[in-house]
Ligand binder design. Sequence first.
Ligand SMILES: Nc1ncnc2[nH]cnc12
Ligand SMILES: [Zn+2]
Length: 341
Amino acid sequence: MPTIPAPAGRYATLPKAELHLHIEGTLEPEAAFRMAARNGVRLPYADVEELRARYAFTDLVSFLDVYYECMAALRTEEDFAELCETYLRTAVGQGVRHVEMFFDPQAHTSRGVPVDTVIDGLLAGFARVAAREDLTGGLILCFLRDRPVAEAAETLESVRHRASDLIGVGLDSAEVGFPPSLFEGVFAAARALGLHVVAHAGEEGPVKYIEQALDLLHVERIDHGVRCMESPAMVARLRAERIPLTVCPLSNLRLGVVSDLADHPLPAMLGEDLLVTINSDDPAYFGGYVADNFAAVAGALGLDEEQLELVARNSINASFAPAGRKAQLLAGIDAWAAARS
Ligand SMILES: Nc1ncnc2[nH]cnc12
Ligand SMILES: [Zn+2]
């Protein structure tokens, strides 16, 4: 089994933005069973233990199978509100002050849950926490790249009337065999609505997909992107263009992108002066929330507090937060660093 992550420790107080977080990936097994029971849904596992036993993932698709199965528990606006509220409470405790969270509407509309139910629930959950905590952010709608492009286009049309409720759009799900080029038109339409654009690329897929995401989708961030390290030319481009990479170390470990955390390319990426951030991806499934990821790389890769402070600064700078909010959050990191020295 992979290395056991260190507890969040000191990094729980370091202010940061989380930019790569699938809200459905925060559904803990206990909550899945509780919601399934109240909705009269049968999950295909006898109990929490049997579900957890399915967490021995071998690759991205082996994880996605369980991830989509568990979503059956989510049916009502209150389910989505609770899911969001629960994640945000944990995230605040892990130092998150700004979050741009992904959600997968097609995984819900295909089960008969209206997209407005999903968005209204998530926004309600967000509002409950933001009313009491120093927290900003919002939603990024992801298209499932392993479903028909026409369905992605329909999904975008279905939210056109409420584009102002979204920060942007992204591209996720099974990567290999589903290149960004397929979604060029859908992303152009999203950009025409004034939405920010990001895409998963270079997690399991080749460098070519990172290139397509930049050149054809015109993304402003690359999610994962760790395979860029196979191409010095791509590394040079990402550095020159200051393209942020939302890296997820514990996810990469659990999905076999790296076989040991000690082999993770994060130090090399920082050494190349790439704009790297650290995120949790699907924390309920991968053994840690964002500060746990910080602590895990501090332990396994020997990254020191100055390097992780830089990663936290990167997360603020790479976010789509307004300039004033960014300045406020960067000042919070200054205070954290001053308390350290
Ligand atoms: N790590 C990941 N890669 C692609 N799609 C995802 N959906 C949820 N987590 C994902
Ligand atoms: Zn992801």
